[in-house]
Design a protein around this ligand. Structure first.
Ligand SMILES: *Cc1c(COP(=O)(O)O)cnc(C)c1O
Length: 237
């Protein structure tokens, strides 16, 4: 019988092989691409196994689940707590809670959210790295979050007013039904513009289980991979 640990070790190794191959193909160094394992819907016990297997960064997308999991992990893995990335759409009334445990918030797409994150970070005495989520869909779907590429520069400027938030880069999800390579190409252009004004904003968070190769080819520095490592999530909503 295969244990959960063996299962995770195997899928992690398979994902690692995909990342290495894609880095080779793109002529990029493996260490320039960081893997965030998206553990939403999976228990803290899986995260503990992943930490044992060398995972240093996890991604979560729902505040309540994430908060409880991080609390549990503090007991399970103590000092080895992975960096916590909040990758899901974020409501303003959850921002203070997220600011109390997340190291990086990938989904900042409006100033009101920055205000709420700043308040929460300040209250928790923390500094938070933030990414601006870009909507790459030519027909924007208000349900999926992100701001149009043309508005990214303005929000980047506004973030300088929030001392607890550090602008580290951009994030996007490839639009459904579109060519991910083309979409990530547009994200790279947005990233370049942001970096011209804010040289520390070097992060390009892009690429999930289905399109990590195209993301690496397009310059992604951070991949958010769930299903390929943990298996399929129970369906929701
Ligand atoms: C769930 C999620 C992922 C992981 O997607 P997989 O297809 O399971 O790899 C990545 N990014 C975001 C924003 C997500 O919500």
């Amino acid at each position: 019988m295969t244990s959960r640990r063996d299962e995770l070790a195997r899928s992690l190794a398979q994902t690692e092989a995909r990342i290495e191959a894609a880095c080779d193909a793109a002529g990029r160094a493996r260490e320039d691409v960081h893997l965030i394992v998206v553990t939403k819907f999976f228990p803290a016990s899986d995260v503990e196994l992943l930490v044992d297997l060398g995972v240093t960064d996890i991604g979560e997308s729902r505040d309540q689940e994430a908060g409880e999991k991080v609390a549990e992990l503090r007991t399970l893995v103590g000092e080895r707590l992975p960096r916590v990335h909040f990758v899901g759409q974020l409501q303003r009334n959850k921002a203070a809670s997220v600011a109390s445990y997340a190291d990086v918030v990938h989904s900042v797409d409006r100033e009101r959210l920055a205000v709420a994150l700043e308040k929460g970070a300040e209250r928790s005495g923390r500094q938070i790295d933030v990414l601006l989520q870009v909507d790459l869909d030519p027909d924007p779907d208000p349900g999926r979050g992100g701001l149009p590429p043309a508005e990214v520069g303005d929000l980047a400027d506004r973030l300088t007013a929030y001392p607890s938030l550090r602008l580290r880069g951009v994030m996007a999800v490839a639009p459904l039904g579109a060519d991910p390579a083309e979409a990530f190409g547009r994200l790279a252009v947005v990233s370049e513009t942001v970096r011209a004004a804010y040289p520390d904003a070097t992060v390009i968070s892009a690429g999930m289980s289905a399109d990590l190769e195209q993301a690496i080819a397009g310059g992604a520095t951070h991949l958010r991979v769930g299903t390929a490592i943990l298996g399929s999530r129970p369906s929701h909503r």
